[in-house]
Design a protein around this ligand. Structure first.
Ligand code: AMP
Length: 213
């Protein structure tokens, strides 16, 4: 089964993808993570995109298309991919259909995590990520969980694009470019919408039900 998780930044795509990887052995394909790796490794692509990401702007389609193609055509991930952060616009949605088709695969579940602007801002302002295991936390709400984890408690950082101005820019960019994807996907029989303001465990259990049904 291949799954698309989409929704505004901070809606919990990464958290739910982590849950699905653990529970069902899927592969999380996060274009945001792949792009941040390119920046960290100072590759040619990394140098081209670091300013764009820092400003909360989209990276060009050709760059992200290449990153996902490498994963889709890899036999070891066949029918096990969670697309987290791709597609982000109609062109990418159509491109994804095309490359999946060329690799004898399809999308089996599309989950839209819906979250309002104010909730997005509140969540992202307090978001921290573990540099070792990539898990994300809310530094206000998840204090207890953070202190219990010997890995994460020592290695938490704030993403450079998680600043108030950038968050608003990212949300507005999302609304402008990504929202039309809702019209594109909502008539699909595999499309499901979930309220992103629910508890993490409630969202996970809804997604689990979709997968098992
Ligand atoms: P994310 O980790 O999904 O919030 O992505 C972080 C940033 O990476 C975004 O604000 C964009 O600049 C860039 N990015 C991630 N995925 C894509 C994509 N599919 N198309 C264009 N830019 C992307």
């Amino acid at each position: 089964m291949n799954i698309i998780l989409f929704g505004p930044p901070g809606a919990g795509k990464g958290t739910q993808a982590h849950f699905l990887v653990k529970k069902f052995n899927y592969f999380q394909l996060s274009t945001g993570d792949l792009l941040r790796n390119e920046i960290e490794n100072k590759t040619i692509i990394g140098n081209q995109i670091s300013e764009l990401i820092g400003r909360g702007e989209m990276v060009t389609d050709d760059i992200v298309d290449n990153l996902i193609l490498n994963v889709v055509k890899d036999e070891k991930y066949k029918n096990k991919i969670i697309f987290d952060g791709y597609p982000r616009n109609i062109y990418q949605a159509k491109n994804l259909n095309k490359i999946l088709d060329e690799n004898q695969q399809e999308i089996n579940l599309i989950v839209f995590l819906n979250l309002k602007r104010d909730d997005v801002i509140k969540r992202i302002e307090n978001r921290v990520t573990c540099t070792k295991c990539n898990k994300t936390f809310n530094k206000v709400m998840d204090n207890e969980e953070i202190s219990k984890s010997s890995c994460c408690s020592k290695n938490l950082i704030k993403r450079t694009d998680d600043k108030s101005e950038t968050i608003i820019k990212r949300y507005d960019t999302y609304m402008h470019i990504t929202k039309p994807m809702l019209d594109y996907y909502s008539s699909n029989s595999n499309f499901k919408e979930v309220d992103g303001s629910l508890k993490i465990s409630q969202i996970s259990s809804k997604i689990e039900d979709f997968i098992r049904s």
